[in-house]
Design a protein around this ligand. Structure first.
Ligand code: HSE
Length: 344
């Protein structure tokens, strides 16, 4: 049985969930994928968090060099969040030839070129299934299941917090501020909700998804972004009267010459499947020239759903013989154009 030693950077909610799934599913993973995944080191200051999960003190470190220089570790999964420190740690690991796994969409969307260059140089792999649409395997589908297509469009509800707020406003006629407070109480929205409600989080995700779908490097600054803070109960009522709902949509379109990408609150006809995506659920609607329309649906956040995607990447990173490369990320951008969209 092949044994693969891995390290976890941070033990937050999702890091803990990933550790639990790896432990609970260890035997199944051994049987089905022929690999025994051993968590050899964990970078975490909070000893209590580690203790609660049954991780021995001897596995803990607070120094990334203990992991980067450990020749036995071949895969490193990051749960820190934030950009600079997480990137520093991952670049160190990539430079030492370790494949990396991350759900950190902001860091990934802002640093993909750099990560790809370092990974290519050392022959390591980049795995980021959990960065977009949480537990729903959309990255794998775009990378490995649609080779017979040109993807022409993506339309997604890729942020659970805003979908929770807009669904509640629509279903219960409650105003934005009250719904935001409830989203915060339930742990969906952060105390500072800007990244979600102003559409930044969705723009990171559509940057990643559109780049993969269209095979181009779509930079963040080419994505039109508008959040949901201006959506009033009056707008929602008007939309309802006309047979629409309002959703924060992240969309990408490829007409062959131009890539257009937008994050904006859109009117969705009630006949469209995306209109039925409620609460904190996510969905991605993909149109390929041969396959037609596909819809991926599920939980876009949370300990277990996101942990599920991370474990999938850890198993893949541990068993892949050949690492997927993203050459289009290194190539100078094709011309990209955005339009001030009001239509869906
Ligand atoms: N803040 C994100 C959301 C978390 O609400 O969808 C998952 O990326």
């Amino acid at each position: 049985m092949k044994e693969v030693k891995i390290a976890l950077l941070g033990l937050g909610v999702v890091g803990g969930g990933t550790y639990k799934i790896l432990t609970e599913e260890r035997e199944t993973i051994k049987e089905r994928y022929g690999v025994d995944i051993v968590v050899a080191k964990v970078m975490e200051r909070d000893i209590q968090k580690a203790k609660a999960l049954g991780i021995p003190n001897s596995a803990l470190t607070t120094d990334i060099e203990d992991i980067a220089k450990d020749k036995e570790i071949s895969v490193v999964a990051e749960f820190f969040g934030g950009v600079d420190f997480a990137k520093h740690c991952l670049l160190r690991c990539l430079d030492e030839g370790k494949s990396i796994v991350t759900a950190n969409k902001e860091m990934f969307a802002k640093s993909w070129e750099e990560l790809e260059r370092h990974a290519k140089k050392s022959g390591a792999g980049l795995y980021f299934e959990a960065s977009c649409v949480g537990g729903v395997p959309v990255i794998r589908a775009l990378c490995e299941s649609l080779q017979g297509n040109k993807v022409v469009a993506l339309k997604g509800i890729v942020n659970g917090t805003t979908n929770f707020i807009l669904s509640k406003m629509y279903d219960e006629g409650i105003d934005y501020q009250t719904c935001l407070k409830e989203a915060q109480q339930l742990g969906y929205a952060e105390a500072n909700p800007t990244a979600d409600v102003e559409g930044f989080d969705s723009s990171y995700k559509i940057r990643i998804l559109s780049s993969l779908a269209f095979g181009v490097n779509l930079p963040l600054n080419k994505i039109y972004r508008e959040g949901i803070t201006a959506i009033s109960t009056e707008i929602i009522e008007e939309a309802k009267t006309l047979g629409y709902t309002v959703k924060l949509i992240a969309s990408g379109k490829n007409n062959g010459a131009e890539i257009q990408a937008h994050v904006y609150p859109a009117l969705i006809p009630l006949s469209h499947p995306l209109s039925s995506v409620k609460e904190a659920y996510n969905a991605l609607y993909v149109t390929g020239n041969n396959v037609g329309d596909l819809m991926f649906y599920g939980k876009g956040a949370g300990e277990r759903p996101t942990g599920s995607a991370l474990v999938s990447d850890i198993v893949k990173a541990s068993t892949d013989q050949v690492k997927i490369r993203f050459p289009f990320i290194e190539i100078p951008k094709k011309s990209t154009k955005t339009l001030p969209l009001t239509t869906f």
